[in-house]
Design a protein around this ligand. Structure first.
Ligand code: TXA
Ligand code: MG
Length: 336
């Protein structure tokens, strides 16, 4: 699945070339420690509209503004809660996104006119150097078509956007591999987790104490809390137990640390043979991209331990599996 052809997309490491395109309101894929972002000038309505169009993302889903300094963020927002300041001091640059009160600094297209804007200082040397070079910050959703698997290396970006963007800034494979944790703040400044991610709830609590979990509104789901997302094209089942009956034979298995002896090893990908959740995070999207390119009938993923980073990884797997539920019922029987 690729978007319309308009450019001869190149992959390279030139900050100058990336900056050149961005200054002309074109889009450039940028490396971050979490996943690649589809970046555009955050002050330009034209560039922001391109981001939504190229990604095929609903305009109601707000974007994250990426910058290289906490001082810049301070200047752009009306009020920085002390808990947000503490979290940024502690985790930035890093995989933390904070939702801060909106100030007229940004076009309404960035956040669909919501009361907050999302900010993040990504920890990737190339992107930090690019941001320092530019006179504007960058909006950057993950560089995948809406609803599909997030990209953790330039080849994944090319798969979706070959011809649709002029340049991919190549920063190598992402070292973290799962998106940032999105944190808002209530009236008392208590952090509220909007999206689980690379920084665990425990890590956040260790810095600022108690945190709350954003719960979805029944009639108006919070953005980023859609039940489906991150999906491969191949039907995906997330299940601890193997189905008792499977009607297809072409299956790939994603497992945490050990092979299932009952299954052919060459059909299994281990996310981390040494049982590290950080390594599993680095490999999860890569495994999904890989199996999705193999023309399989079914991918079965073992849930990760529901602790630390495992919670965010399971969240992504659940969302990835969600839209395949009906198809899965026709492919296999899962008995209790
Ligand atoms: O790690 C990341 O965060 C990556 C890299 C590229 O930085 N970016 C990323 O962006 O994952 P995106 O657009 O795919 O996801 C941003 C999430 C969405 O779920 C969006 O709904 C939520 O952040 N978000 C952004 N602004 C928001 C706001 N003002 N209020 C609530 N949620 C917001
Ligand atoms: Mg995304």
């Amino acid at each position: 699945m690729t978007a319309m052809k308009q450019f001869d997309t190149t992959i390279g490491q030139s900050i100058e070339e990336a900056a050149h395109w961005l200054r002309q309101d074109e889009l450039v894929a940028i490396p971050t420690e979490t996943v690649y972002g589809l970046a555009g000038n955050a002050f330009s309505v034209k560039a922001i509209r391109k981001v939504f169009a190229v990604k095929k993302r609903p305009a109601t889903n707000p974007l994250i503004v990426h910058t290289d300094s906490l001082d810049k963020i301070r200047n752009w927002v009306g009020h920085l809660p002390s808990t947000a300041e503490k979290l940024l001091q502690h985790f930035a640059p890093g995989p933390l996104t904070v939702l801060l009160p909106r100030y007229p600094s940004f076009p309404a297209e960035v956040n669909n006119g919501r009361s907050t804007v999302a900010f993040r200082i990504p920890a990737h040397p190339l992107t930090l150097a690019l941001l320092a070079e530019l006179s504007f910050p960058l909006v950057a959703p993950s560089a995948n078509l809406f609803g599909t698997i997030s990209p953790t290396d330039p080849a994944h970006v090319l798969k979706n956007f070959s011809g649709a963007i002029p340049y991919i800034l190549d920063g190598g494979p992402c070292t973290v591999g799962i998106e940032s944790t999105v944190v808002g703040f209530n009236e008392e400044g208590v952090p509220v987790i909007y999206r689980q991610g690379a920084i665990t709830v425990g890590q956040i609590e260790a810095v600022v104490g108690r945190v709350l979990q954003k719960t979805a509104d029944a009639d108006k789901p919070a953005p980023g809390m859609l039940p489906y997302h991150y999906s491969p094209q191949t039907p995906l089942l997330m299940s601890e137990k193997m189905p008792s009956q499977v009607k297809v034979s072409n299956i790939g298995y994603i497992r945490f640390k050990s092979y299932d002896p009952a299954l052919p090893e060459e059909r299994q990908i281990l996310l981390s043979p040494e049982g590290s959740l950080a390594e599993a995070a680095r490999n999860l999207y890569k495994a999904l991209h890989y199996f999705d390119e193999q023309g399989l009938d079914l991918i079965i993923a073992e849930p990760l331990p529901e602790e630390g980073l495992g919670k965010a990884l399971n969240d992504r797997l659940q969302k990835a599996a969600f839209q395949h539920q009906n198809k899965i019922r026709g492919l296999c029987v899962i008995s209790d």
